[in-house]
Design a protein around this ligand. Structure first.
Ligand code: NAP
Length: 269
């Protein structure tokens, strides 16, 4: 991305990253920290201010911290106000923050469903809408989806559906934004052992067929940024992910969904 960016004169150049303080967001930020020109400023977003501040302290670039909860409308008001006051040139928006659920739909209450939808879907649209007016030719949008996007998944239903939404949405706006010279990429990692998963969930994955797809967030970040520079629409960072994507195109969805459900119920390997 850095080779093709137009720096607008007299405007601060900014990269905005949601979910920057840990996991994949932190890995992406560290890679950008090592490659972007030093006058680019990072705007880092997460809820926990001390964690965010500790992470920002490890970076060479200047950072502005937004300790905001993206499930709340006030977060977008704060961000829009900052953008209007500073009027920066946003080189890149990484819509990465997301939350999961690993249980049957009926086992979760309405608040958990609403929160997942607010962060994984509503916040992606709101962030994009608020930031786009500050982008121009050469800017880029990166979304974090998941291999879970490729199939409906019993035991993971709302999460997989939210990620399918992101893949669909990002591919559509990619075409809409072509005339403005703004590129859009969505990355689809497989399982990563980050704070996203509890210790119990990590152990369950190690004991199941999902152990074959585990990825390192640093490698995911590297492959994602490289693919984004090549202007790929969809990045699948693992071999297992690529196989799942092909299977989703070839196999009858009903058969696969039923197979996943049987695997979940038997807790099988
Ligand atoms: N880990 C996996 O197995 C996996 C696989 C495929 C895709 N993904 C996707 O990858 C993305 C990053 O996940 P990760 O594994 O890196 O998770 P992570 O390590 O838990 O990081 C999540 C980040 O998002 C922030 N965040 C969470 N809720 C937020 C909210 N309501 N408002 C603002 N920031 C919030 C967290 O900071 P605070 O808690 O301080 O807010 C943290 O910085 C997600 O979209 C996830 O769906 C993950």
């Amino acid at each position: 991305m850095e080779q093709q960016v137009n720096f607008e004169q007299n405007k601060a150049a900014v990269v905005i990253i949601t979910g920057a303080s840990s996991g994949l967001g932190a890995a992406l930020t560290r890679k950008l920290d090592a490659t972007l020109p030093e006058d680019v400023e990072f705007w880092l977003i997460a809820r926990d201010e001390s964690k965010l501040s500790h992470f920002a302290g490890s970076l060479d670039h200047q950072s502005r911290l937004f300790a905001i909860d993206l499930t709340e409308y006030s977060a977008f008001v704060a961000l829009r106000t900052a953008l209007e006051e500073e009027s920066p040139h946003v080189l890149l928006l990484i819509n990465n923050a997301g939350e999961g659920c690993s249980c049957l739909f009926e086992e979760q209450d309405v608040d958990a469903h609403a929160s997942l939808c607010d962060l994984n879907v509503r916040a992606q649209l709101a962030m994009t809408s608020v930031v786009l007016p500050h982008m121009s030719q050469g800017s880029a949008l990166l979304f974090t989806a998941s291999v879970a996007a490729f199939f409906p998944q019993p035991g993971f239903a709302s999460y997989a559906a939210s990620k399918a939404f992101i893949v669909s949405y990002s591919r559509a706006i990619r075409e809409e934004l072509k005339d403005r010279g703004i590129r859009v990429t969505v990355t689809c990692p497989n399982t990563m052992f980050t704070d996203f998963l509890t210790e119990g969930q990590k152990q369950a994955r190690l004991n199941s067929y999902k152990r074959f797809g585990i990825e390192d967030p640093d490698l995911v970040a590297e492959k994602t940024l490289a693919a984004m520079r090549r202007d790929k629409a969809v990045v699948v960072t693992s071999l297992t992910g690529k196989a799942i994507r092909v299977a989703a195109k070839l196999l009858p969805t009903g058969w696969v969904v039923s197979w996943i459900n049987r695997k979940n119920r038997t807790g099988s390997q």
